[in-house]
Design a protein around this ligand. Sequence first.
Ligand SMILES: Cc1cc2nc3c(=O)[nH]c(=O)nc-3n(C[C@H](O)[C@H](O)[C@H](O)COP(=O)(O)O)c2cc1C
Length: 100
Amino acid sequence: MRKNFGAKTWVYPMPVLIVAAYGKDGVPCCMNAAWGGIYDTDQIMVCLADDHKTTRNILESGAFTVSVADAKHVVQADYVGIVSGNRVPDKMVRAGLTWE
Ligand SMILES: Cc1cc2nc3c(=O)[nH]c(=O)nc-3n(C[C@H](O)[C@H](O)[C@H](O)COP(=O)(O)O)c2cc1C
């Protein structure tokens, strides 16, 4: 049976991108982003809400990283997607993540 859902931005599975950026204080933050992917042969895109701590860090620093979470890190990936650095400044430490 066919069903017409109209024009939707549905492409599954969606990725589990982990976007990270340092704050002005040198403290890193990261978040889970499913709204992202390939944009062009030399570009990716991510769609980030402006109230996230990570988004603010990116706008202030002009730099960020994008990683792809794997099954081994599902707990950490989940944590950084539901807890905000706005409320938990040491979020990455609490997530058990390290950075360099
Ligand atoms: C599976 C999943 C996917 C998400 N995808 C996005 C996304 O694409 N864009 C976005 O702005 N927020 C997305 N979020 C929400 C942020 O990851 C979440 O609000 C996070 O706590 C923001 O952290 P921060 O304030 O420390 O930067 C997603 C959350 C989950 C659990």
